[in-house]
Design a protein around this ligand. Structure first.
Ligand code: ZN
Length: 147
């Protein structure tokens, strides 16, 4: 187990713009407010979305296209760094008109209405790097002296 500890900084409540792309809106907020690390959650609804499922044997993401209005019933994510840029990682549970749910790694979504709740974390920047074992971009602690 590798870990790092942080203090909680500012808390933000934000309303994403109609028709904006959810992940881009989140990263725009992060850049505008000069947030280095954060935890965030989003609730609301989207006009369409793309989720992804990571195929562990093939070591690749399989996209799940959802071309219909959906509720963001739940989500949870974090902001860290990848390739020297802020990177948003969000997992979401989306529900359709009948209450059927789809869940996974959120790739992109077009906002109908969405509330972003973001908690800034104060501490060292955590970078993602390619992990040979899983094929994923995972947090690297030791290289940055974070144990
Ligand atoms: Zn993910």
């Amino acid at each position: 187990m590798q870990s790092a500890s942080y203090r909680v900084g500012r808390a933000f409540l934000c309303r994403a713009d109609y028709r904006s792309e959810l992940m881009k809106s989140t990263l725009d907020l992060v850049r505008e407010k000069k947030i280095k690390m954060a935890l965030f959650a989003v609730i609301g609804s989207v006009a369409e979305a793309t989720l992804a499922y990571y195929d562990q044997s093939k070591r690749e993401y399989r996209k799940i296209r959802l071309e219909e209005p959906l509720e963001i019933a739940d989500s949870w994510g974090n902001i860290s760094w990848k390739d020297g840029q802020p990177f948003a990682h969000l997992h979401a549970v989306l529900s359709d008109a009948g209450g059927k749910t789809y869940a996974g790694h959120l790739v992109q979504a077009t906002v109908f209405a969405a509330e972003i709740h973001l908690l800034e974390l104060i501490g060292k920047k955590l970078e993602r790097e390619h992990d040979e074992v899983t094929g994923l971009s995972l947090w690297k602690f030791k290289k940055q002296g974070l144990k």
